[in-house]
Design a protein around this ligand. Structure first.
Ligand SMILES: Nc1ncnc2c1ncn2[C@@H]1O[C@H](COP(=O)(O)OP(=O)(O)OP(=O)(O)O)[C@@H](O)[C@H]1O
Length: 351
């Protein structure tokens, strides 16, 4: 098995919202292995971004964070100083977020911004660094890198800006790339191109990637494994094939049913009936119970633990307990399988 690059065990983040605690992540466990892409999917507010911010030591002031393990390689993130965290973020983790513009300084030429990122984290002289910037711009598909180097952010389109942010995130050759909804703000065609670029860079640089998305079709397109989050917890995790073809949690069924019609780039938001719970007052039992047509009486009182579906697939639902009554997953799920097969055509999954 490949080397483990991230270890997260029992990660709990409590935010302070106007003096009141908000339980944004409520005990998350996952690992990330060298060279794999793990997608974290879930509705808005499920805690995906907060979990990643905790991993990068970037939580808002007044947040409380605890974990049994929160490690990048063997470094314990919670015990690092501010300066050490900055080094980890520069050298070991690259970040791409939804809003490319906010990652860039509008008053500074883009080449210089990437150059500064290169110099900050590597022992490299300016002229070598400049050469690297040209190479990196070209690697992410920016034509005429020497001309692009001298331009300002507003002179680029949204898709080109996202390519520039990817160049900046990768210039220091991080081991891990965190991509937080990097294509959400883009049109369908540009979105598909950026996903293709990310797949290509991931392969070339053997990056370990955490890809946050609310769109399961995007996850199907590029992840090796998928973790499904709901109300601050991971409720199902497995290889992409297992999550798509053998999903076990009714919430995952709901997400699969809510995938927009047959298009990777169609990025509408989920339309599951009902709303997630208010994380200032997390419910007792399975947090999905109130929206779950398959809920059992026990779901409202007692939280399920992870049930093992395979050595790589786990789901937190009482339906998997051998005392649960017989049930059939919704027929729509089966109808979706063919569709996913088309979407993921040509993809190689880890087996
Ligand atoms: N800076 C903040 N201050 C207060 N509450 C916050 C802050 N950031 C996030 N939250 C809350 O924490 C919870 C988890 O948010 P988070 O951004 O991690 O969700 P998400 O799954 O990434 O959603 P999205 O897809 O919308 O980014 C939500 O209830 C959100 O409202």
């Amino acid at each position: 098995m490949n080397e483990k690059v991230v270890t997260v065990k029992n990660l709990q983040v409590t935010l302070d919202v106007a003096g009141q605690p908000l339980y944004a992540t409520r005990g998350i466990d996952f690992d990330l292995y060298q060279g794999e892409t793990l997608a974290i999917v879930g509705e808005s507010g499920s805690g995906k971004s907060i979990a990643m911010h905790a991993l990068m030591g970037l939580l808002p002031a007044k947040s409380q964070v605890s974990a049994d393990y929160l490690q990048i390689f063997d470094r314990d993130i919670l015990s690092l100083s501010k300066k050490e965290l900055q080094q980890v973020r520069g050298r070991q983790i690259g970040l791409i977020s939804q809003d490319a513009l906010s990652a860039l300084n509008p008053t500074m030429r883009v080449g210089k911004q990437i150059l500064e990122a290169a110099i900050a984290h590597q022992h490299i002289n300016k002229s070598d660094a400049k050469k690297k910037v040209y190479e990196q711009l070209s690697a992410v598909g920016i034509a005429e890198p020497k001309i692009a180097y001298r331009k300002y952010p507003h002179e680029f389109s949204g898709g080109q800006l996202q390519r520039i942010v990817i160049a900046m995130a990768l210039i220091s050759r991080p081991d891990i790339l965190i991509a937080d909804e990097p294509t959400t703000a883009l049109d369908v065609t540009t979105q598909a191109n950026i996903l293709k670029l990310l797949r290509q860079q991931q392969k070339e640089l053997n990056l370990s990637v955490i890809f946050i998305t609310h769109n399961l079709a995007v996850a199907a397109n590029l992840a090796d494994r998928v973790a499904v989050m709901y109300a601050g917890k991971i409720i199902e995790i497995g290889k992409t094939r297992e999550i798509f073809y053998n999903p076990q949690h009714p919430y995952t069924w709901g997400l699969l049913e809510a995938v927009p019609e047959n298009k990777v780039g169609n990025d509408q938001l989920f339309t599951l009936p009902g709303n997630p719970p208010d994380l200032r007052f997390p419910p007792k039992g399975d947090a999905f119970a109130a929206r779950n047509p398959y809920a059992l009486a026990i779901d409202f009182n007692q939280e399920p633990t992870f049930f093992k579906v395979s050595s790589t697939h786990f789901a937190k639902t009482w339906l998997l307990d051998n005392r649960s009554p017989a049930y059939e997953p919704p027929v729509e799920i089966k109808e979706r399988w063919q569709q996913f097969e088309q979407m993921t055509e040509g993809r190689k999954f880890y087996d």
